[in-house]
Design a protein around this ligand. Structure first.
Ligand code: ATP
Ligand code: MG
Length: 296
């Protein structure tokens, strides 16, 4: 069965089209990374899956339930970690979890709370006030809260946005553990590395639709080939290098102060400039080529 089936969904806010003919399937048991630049429509998609936003047209099925009619049943088996922290800061870590466990009508609330605390490695913080937690601990608590009822499907909207690298790595370990246990995960992100590390498959989203989707290594092979050459030079020289590579049929993308000529093995007609740095093509190359946005 598919955990998520989205067909030709549109959603506008006044004059702004947020989601524009979206088709997206998520099979059970995988982690799908929804990778897209700011404003691509990732959060709007997540919010439609939870029933917080209603599509203007198209169809959405989650865990076999049609939305929005049966969103309550679907929600009962879904865990949601929103992009913005909405924890209750007036109560303790444990109380935040108890409230959600009751809301989801979990049979054994204390056992569920203990399990979620353990998963998020917050057991020794259970009596702490939420506003005394570090940023990373708050994120882990948000994750624990989304897991308290052992959902079949987990929606993670930018799970590590704004966190420092060490805390980000810590959360990746946690998410990876959930993935290994077979929880189906849909995770939006605009961090390439996050998608690369955690996702079995990546769907690249831009302007409200999916523009490419495959395993990360397949996306790289298809769109960026094997080897990329990064060339650093003065702007005029870079412009010349860019046109010569494009004339030879190669894709070129900006890479900070350099240009990256992508998939150079695909053309024999381009002479690699002296001093160019050869490296393996990456998911970042794919992302920048497809979306036109420089990656984070
Ligand atoms: N409630 C709303 N009212 C008006 N416009 C909205 C609303 N929600 C989203 N939008 C607009 O819809 C578009 C898609 O927004 P969305 O939040 O889904 O993007 P995103 O991919 O999650 O971006 P980010 O990476 O910044 O989180 C944007 O142009 C946004 O301004
Ligand atoms: Mg968002």
């Amino acid at each position: 069965m598919k955990a998520i089936e989205i067909r030709d969904v549109h959603k506008s806010f006044g004059p702004v089209t947020a989601v524009d003919g979206l088709d997206l399937d998520v099979p059970e048991g995988i982690c799908l990374g929804l990778l897209g630049p700011n404003g691509a429509g990732k959060s709007t998609t997540m919010r439609m899956l939870t029933g917080q936003a209603i599509a203007d047209s198209g169809s959405i099925r989650v865990l076999g339930y049609d939305l929005p009619e049966d969103s309550k049943q679907a929600r009962a088996q879904m865990g949601v970690v929103p992009q913005l922290d909405n924890l209750d800061i007036d109560v303790t870590v444990e109380q935040n979890l108890i409230v959600f466990a009751r809301l989801y009508r979990v049979d054994d609330v204390p056992a569920a709370v203990d399990r979620a605390l353990g998963l998020a490695r917050l057991t020794d913080r259970r009596d702490h006030a939420v506003d005394k937690l570090s940023g990373g601990m708050r994120r882990r608590l948000l994750l624990a809260r989304g897991l308290v009822h052992e959902p079949k499907l987990l929606l993670l909207d930018e799970p590590t946005v704004g966190l420092d690298p060490q805390i980000r790595t810590e959360l990746w370990t946690l998410i990876d553990a959930l993935r290994s246990r077979g929880t189906t995960i849909l995770m939006s992100t605009h961090y390439i590395e996050e998608a690369e590390r955690l996702a079995d498959e990546v769907a690249v989203m831009a302007d409200g639709k999916i523009i490419a989707r495959a395993r990360p290594d397949h996306l790289i092979a298809e769109h960026a080939g094997e080897v990329t050459a990064e060339v650093y030079a003065a702007p005029e020289a870079l412009a010349r290098i860019r046109s010569s590579a494009e004339a030879a049929g190669l894709s070129v993308r900006p890479a900070g102060p350099a240009v990256a000529v992508v998939g150079i093995e695909r053309s024999t007609g381009w002479e690699i400039p002296d001093g160019a740095v050869r490296r393996a093509s990456s998911l970042e190359d794919v992302f920048v080529l497809l979306t036109g946005e420089e990656a984070e």
